[in-house]
Design a protein around this ligand. Structure first.
Ligand code: NAD
Length: 497
């Protein structure tokens, strides 16, 4: 029998009483693997009320005790790493190696959450006036919320709730309706780590449930990761309801290839960064910008890309898995045919891709275009599939100008053996995460995930110190104590005994 995904409300995994359900499918077969409830208004309201109750107790728990919950959680996640990766593979179709990476990058954030006290230290200035000191306290906000996408079912929820909760908040998570199972397992392990009932709640659904969170007066923050139109909507609607919002959106990430770069490194990194995880990574390289003579490497790149075969999650020969849904596949195929119609040269076409034993899977083979221009839809839109497009320019300056005109600013990289070129690039490029001979420069969690421009709406980014600022408020105390009030004489001696 198909399982129905539980809600996690009030510290209990409960079956929803809703009459609205969504099918969760395995992308390699399109079989229904679970039924997902769209939480009813009463269930949403219970989640918020209980999160509020939990916050009032949790905020007073000693910070070292809150940190210890994260230490135990980190340990449990490591112990269950492979099991989580398999579950995640099942619902996303990711090959096991990618799924393990997804879990691992989440664990690294939990490690940072265990270090919460050092990120919640205020500042002190003595004698701001005679006998008066000022100091700041960093305090949690209350009920925080998170809305997550399909492509990293472990990592992205773990970007959010561990830091928010370690900082003393409670948290309501609405995972992607396409991949809800990993979140439930993450919550079970969190409870096992000693998290008190109610500090984490999980509700399921789609727009209606998100709208409930966006407009509820008791919710203080909204963390969102997903596509551009939804990010824009979440940011505008959330801020209209006076919430602090951080919304991470889509991307078009360029790799600049200088003619002095190491050719073998360029080719192998470009292939992995573009078609790896079926291109369904917000930091995937989807545009290669060849500077000068480096364009001569495109034929070799094509040969390497052609060797990349998609397959099922446990196929050790597979380079990547299927796209998440039939709709996602149709969208990618439409963009490939638009690229051809608009005059780009398709060197490798993965539109008609089959995988033995999985006739119904959402497969797309590696696809490579050259002679692409900036007005084509394959350049302007995020494709989110195993498709790499190549542009050619004469100089580094031209490459920088092209990329700075693109509306997105999530990630980029330059491959070169020149320190001067690398430094000019990192200094002038209007993109928030830059790799130098590193194709996918996702910062480790002691930094923050700093997408810019059209890839991010808000001010404070995910994880690292910025996330702790996002989930907290600063209170400044100015205190004056009077010498006259200091006890003196025999009474003091008695008290001190
Ligand atoms: P999506 O925008 O379709 O869905 C994300 C979340 O929003 C889901 O939980 C979904 O239920 C909810 N949602 C969908 N439509 C909504 C609506 N109309 N109103 C309110 N909520 C709605 O994104 P996706 O397809 O799950 O994820 C892929 C996208 O996420 C890509 O564009 C990718 O670039 C982006 N992404 C960005 C980052 C980043 O850090 N910048 C990281 C991962 C993914």
């Amino acid at each position: 029998m198909t399982q129905s995904v539980p809600l996690y409300i009030g510290g209990e995994f409960i079956q929803s009483k809703t009459n609205q359900w969504i099918d969760v499918t395995n992308p390699a077969t399109n079989e229904v693997i679970a039924k997902l409830p769209c939480a009813s208004t009463d269930e949403m309201s219970n989640a918020v009320d209980d999160a509020k109750r939990a916050f009032n107790e949790w905020k007073n728990v000693a910070i070292s005790e809150r940190a210890r919950v994260m230490l135990r959680y980190q340990h449990l996640l490591k112990e269950h790493h492979d099991e989580l990766a398999q579950l995640l593979s099942h619902e996303t179709g990711k090959i096991l190696l990618d799924a393990k990476g997804d879990v691992w990058r989440g664990i690294e954030v939990v490690e940072q959450a265990a270090n919460i006290a050092s990120n919640m230290m205020g500042e002190t200035v003595e004698n701001v006036a005679t006998d008066i000191d000022s100091y700041s306290l960093i305090q949690p906000l209350g009920v925080c919320s998170g809305i997550t996408p399909f492509n990293f079912p472990a990592m992205i929820p773990l970007w959010m709730f561990p830091l928010a909760i370690a900082a003393g908040n409670s948290f309501i998570l609405k995972p992607s309706e396409q991949v809800p199972l990993t979140s439930i397992r993450l919550a079970q392990l969190f409870e096992q780590a000693g998290a008190p009932k109610g500090v984490l709640q999980i509700v399921h659904g789609a727009k209606e449930q998100v709208d409930y969170l966006l407009s509820h007066p008791d919710i203080r923050t909204v963390s969102f990761v997903g596509s551009v139109p939804v990010a824009e909507y979440i940011y505008h609607t959330g801020t209209l309801h006076n919430k602090r919002v951080q919304a991470f959106a889509g991307a078009k990430n360029h790799m600049v290839i200088m003619p002095d770069a190491n050719k073998n490194q360029v080719i192998s990194n470009l292939v992995g960064a573009s078609v790896g995880a079926a291109g369904q990574r917000c930091m995937a390289i989807s545009v290669a910008v060849f500077v000068g003579d480096s364009k001569q490497w495109i034929d070799d790149l094509c040969q390497e890309m052609a060797l990349m075969k998609p397959g099922a999650w446990d196929d050790e020969q597979a380079a990547y898995g299927p796209l998440i849904s039939r709709a996602a596949k149709q969208r990618v195929l439409r963009l490939i045919s638009e690229g051809k119609a608009q005059g780009a040269e398709c060197l490798l076409d993965g539109s008609d891709c089959r995988v033995d034993g999985f006739p119904e899977g959402n497969w797309v083979g590696p696809t490579l275009f050259r002679s692409v221009t900036a007005d084509m839809s394959i350049y302007q839109q995020e494709i989110f599939g195993p498709v790499l497009i190549c542009l050619e320019v004469d100089t580094l300056e031209e490459a920088i100008e092209l990329i700075n005109q693109n509306p997105y600013g999530n990630g980029t990289s330059i491959f070169t053996s020149s320190g001067g070129a690398a430094r000019k690039y990192q200094h002038e490029i209007q993109v928030g995460q830059v790799g130098v001979n590193v194709p996918i420069p996702v910062p480790l969690p002691f930094f923050s995930f700093t997408g810019w421009r059209g890839s991010f709406y808000g001010d404070l980014h995910a994880y690292g110190k910025q996330a702790v600022r996002f989930y907290t408020e600063t209170k400044t105390v100015t205190a004056r104590w009077f010498d006259d009030d200091i006890p003196t004489g025999p009474n003091l001696t008695i008290q001190l005994k």
